[in-house]
Write a protein that binds this ligand. Structure first.
Ligand code: NAD
Ligand code: IPM
Ligand code: MN
Length: 368
């Protein structure tokens, strides 16, 4: 019998453990119904890891992540740890995981479920049927560029520095992911940069175009400035299919895209590394949202982004398309039945807690 797939769960801080609890119940459901059994381990990342080990990512945890077939992460951070030195901050734990696991491509799909088209703060006809993906570069640019830091100035005052930097190789590997993804969709990619003000943006644009012309002539490529893209996302989002962009723009534009789907609590993501000889790649699945300290502990968190991230995990890391389809269909069902956490609540619908939403997904799985 084949060895069970190793799944490492890092629930993290704030609402992280609350939303992850509902994924664990889905995992138990899969095991009980003999659909799939995983070798599941739990560990700490972020503020909780700092409390336990004095570091947001212990070496042992990193080693487990490197060894796992896939990692599921909830969220990290919170006001309690905001004034820690930079290297101790919860967010550094997540950034280190991404770096060490070499997860350079972050796929953030923004899909509007029919039942939620009216839950968006945007006009229904603008968002109904939206199905787009932001491919965010995850290991370069402003997040990791050197030099960086805060230094004292001789005459008083201080200077804060971050560096926006990209190489050909970094741009091309993420652009390749976007073009390959586009081939499975409508063969349309929009590359987003600030080539009008940044040299690294000029390079981004040139390298993406070069790759398209050389290897993906069948894919239609357009370029857009990031500020315009933010505007176009709320003006006419259905013009987009695949967007490829750098680390910082991708972070911002994906939070923006989440509101098209109704809530940040709906957006899943997959952070992927390069494929090995067997076509397998390191992968971490995480909702796009953070630890939501404002609602942590109140039962208001929407678990669907994390549940949908697990569906991406089933599909991409475990070749379980049938189970992934089934889980996504279950989410669709509970939304069609009118169940809503407060972030997607609409008049005439039934408001439920994190736990009740998770339970409803299990019931829908039972019926599917
Ligand atoms: P956030 O994403 O945590 O929250 C933004 C807003 O969205 C809040 O009002 C929150 O209540 C709401 N929200 C988020 N997720 C929700 C969900 N599942 N259901 C219902 N409502 C939800 O962003 P923030 O407040 O700017 O950051 C809080 C902390 O989270 C910070 O420490 C930040 O660094 C961290 N953060 C972590 C991640 C991550 O772990 N991947 C991502 C973003 C932010
Ligand atoms: C995200 C988050 C992270 C990021 C933080 C928590 C490091 O905002 O995953 O979107 O900025 O990448
Ligand atoms: Mn973010």
């Amino acid at each position: 019998m084949a060895a069970k797939k190793k799944l490492l769960i890092l629930a993290g801080d704030g609402i992280g453990p609350e939303v992850m609890q509902e994924v664990k119940r889905v995992i138990e459901w899969l095991a009980l119904r003999q659909k799939a059994a995983f070798d599941v381990e739990d560990d700490l990342v972020g503020g909780c890891a700092y409390e336990a080990h004095g570091t947001p990512l212990a070496d042992k945890t990193l080693a487990r992540a490197m060894d796992a077939d896939a990692v599921l992460l909830g969220a990290v951070g919170g006001p309690k740890w905001d004034s820690l030195p930079f290297e101790k901050k919860p967010e550094r734990g997540l950034l280190k995981l991404r770096k060490e696991m070499e997860l350079f491509a972050n796929l953030r799909p923004a899909v509007v479920f029919d039942a939620l088209a009216e839950a968006s703060t945007l006009k229904t006809e603008l968002v109904r049927g939206l199905d787009m993906v932001i491919v965010r570069e995850l290991l370069g640019g402003m997040y990791f560029g050197e030099p960086r830091g805060i230094e004292a100035l001789p005459g008083g005052g201080r200077r804060g520095v971050n560096t926006h930097v990209y190489t050909t190789a970094e741009i091309q590997r993420v652009a390749r992911v976007a073009f390959e993804l586009a081939r499975k969709r409508t063969r349309k990619v929009c590359s987003v940069d600030k080539a009008n003000v940044m040299e690294a943006g000029v390079l981004w644009r040139e390298e993406v175009q070069k790759l398209r012309d050389g290897e993906f002539p069948d894919v239609q490529l357009s370029h857009m400035y990031a500020d315009n893209c933010a505007m176009q996302l709320v003006r006419n989002p259905k013009q987009f299919d695949v967007i490829v962009t750098d680390n910082l723009f991708g972070d911002i534009l994906s939070d923006c895209a989440s509101m098209l789907t109704g809530s940040l609590g709906m957006l899943p993501s997959a952070s992927l590394g390069a494929a090995d000889a067997k076509g397998r790649c390191r992968a971490l699945y995480e909702p796009v949202h953070g630890s939501a300290p404002d609602i942590a502990g109140t039962g208001k968190a929407n678990p669907l982004a994390t549940i949908l991230s697990f569906a991406m995990c089933l599909r991409h890391s475990f070749d379980m398309a049938k189970e992934a389809d089934r889980l996504e269909a279950a989410v669709k069902t509970v939304l069609a039945e009118g169940l809503r956490t407060p972030d997607i609540m609409q008049a005439g619908k039934q408001q439920v807690t994190t736990r009740a939403m998770g339970e409803a997904v299990l019931k829908a799985l039972d019926k599917a």
